[in-house]
Design a protein around this ligand. Sequence first.
Ligand code: UDP
Ligand code: MG
Length: 320
Amino acid sequence: MAKKISIVVSVYNEEQGLEQFYAHTSQILEQTVSDTGWDYELIFVNDGSRDGSLDILRDFASNNKRVVVVNFAANRGHEAAMIAGIDVSTGDGVVCMDADLQHPPESIPEIIAKFDEGYDVVSMIRTEREDAGLFKKITSAAFYKVMNQMSKANFENNSSDFFGISRRVALVLKKDYRERVRFLRGYVQNVGFKKTTLKFKASARIAGQSNYNLKALVKLSLNAICNFSDAPLKMGIYAGMTSLAFAFILIIYSIVQFFLGNAPSGYSTIVVLLCFMFGVLFIILGFISEYLAIIFAEVKNRPIYVIDSIITSEGERRES
Ligand code: UDP
Ligand code: MG
């Protein structure tokens, strides 16, 4: 039987560019069917869009029996959407990509070729990004540096939410990686199996605006760090030891000064030290709270996403 690739596309308020995305991607996929013999399914996960995206997706599904639309009951974020897509996928390989053509569908045949060579994980590495300013580039590079330092796991520099995984990896993610607070591309790169990378150039968004603002990026980075490393939890010990050492030096200094007849003065020393120590203390407290919040989210055990309906060419099936 012919193999099949599942393309998972997360969609949140993308009405302006969706048609162009679909026209371009489906054309490449049809071409891929005749070139490689791999059939395809195109899974759109509508992540609670508030614009006309869902109607456009309905339209795709009614005209193409290879299109599946997973319609969320509410917005759950990009990662939840990718996870849902991976969960419903039935292909021998799964490719996750964005709906704004920043992830070129031209790379799909290359990913399929890697699956044919026996690879299970294909990480797509951005070599260039047209949309990002210097700030985003520098912070992103720094992020991967810090992550690799702090964690035993390995993170590809400049990796993205564009990747290919084999059925086996999809099943592992489906069964065993159900964390509420997560860093999906980190899991993909660290489940093991045979890995390879491919390069791609991220072009600018075709339409609309990026949904990731600075706050969302900080949250994603913090989640990633706390998910893959316990170094921040142990920061308190080192900060405590360092400040203790300083305290001893200060105590000895003060005693010596006292016996030399110098009245200990030092209003500014006290203020500076207080500010510094409280700064360190609150950062440590903040990190502990971050882990606590993760544990809280896991203990509550709420679903990663809730599906409203699944739409195919055969119609709409209401879930739950
Ligand atoms: N997205 C989503 N849910 C969200 C935010 C974004 O499914 O809550 C989708 C969005 O439609 C797009 C992809 O995730 O397909 C990446 O989002 P975006 O392009 O805004 O991020 P960027 O490429 O700027 O990092
Ligand atoms: Mg984008």
